[in-house]
Design a binder for this molecule. Structure first.
Ligand code: NI
Length: 139
């Protein structure tokens, strides 16, 4: 474990109470662990807004497979960006809806553009990208 430094934080009592409730609901063992996660999230988020970072992302898409040519269009877009798409999987949620998850990896601006392009396709009912990094120095 790396060397730990202690520091104190001054916080409005109501805000601290809400924070304690939140981390209790989430199951954090203590405030330190929760604050470390918040700081890492902020640093990862900052990293993926920079254009030339290496990052990985998962893109989750829910769409109606009856929507004309949408499944083909999503596959076509992924083929066009082949080197960025590490893996993709698809399950049939119910009679109408498909859930697709694509794992992307590469240069941050290209990964972000591809994720946004997939999510923006007409007929995608819900789309969400989660970006992360290899975390050099973050953990
Ligand atoms: Ni399906």
């Amino acid at each position: 474990m790396p060397h730990l430094e202690r520091f104190s934080i001054a916080m409005n009592r109501d805000l601290l109470r809400k924070f304690d409730q939140l981390i209790g609901h989430k199951g954090y063992p203590n405030r330190s662990e929760a604050i470390r996660d918040l700081v890492r999230n902020a640093l990862v988020e900052e990293q993926w807004t920079r254009p030339n970072e290496k990052l990985a992302a998962t893109v989750t898409l829910v769409y109606d497979h009856h929507t004309r040519e949408l499944a083909e269009r999503l596959a076509e877009i992924q083929h066009q960006h082949g080197p960025l798409v590490v893996a993709a999987t698809h399950i049939h949620l119910d009679n109408d809806n498909c859930l697709e998850v694509a794992i992307l990896r590469g240069q941050s601006d290209r990964v972000r553009q591809l994720a946004e392009l997939l999510i923006a396709q007409k007929g995608v009912k819900h789309g969400r990208a989660v970006y992360t990094t290899e975390g050099q120095g973050l953990w």
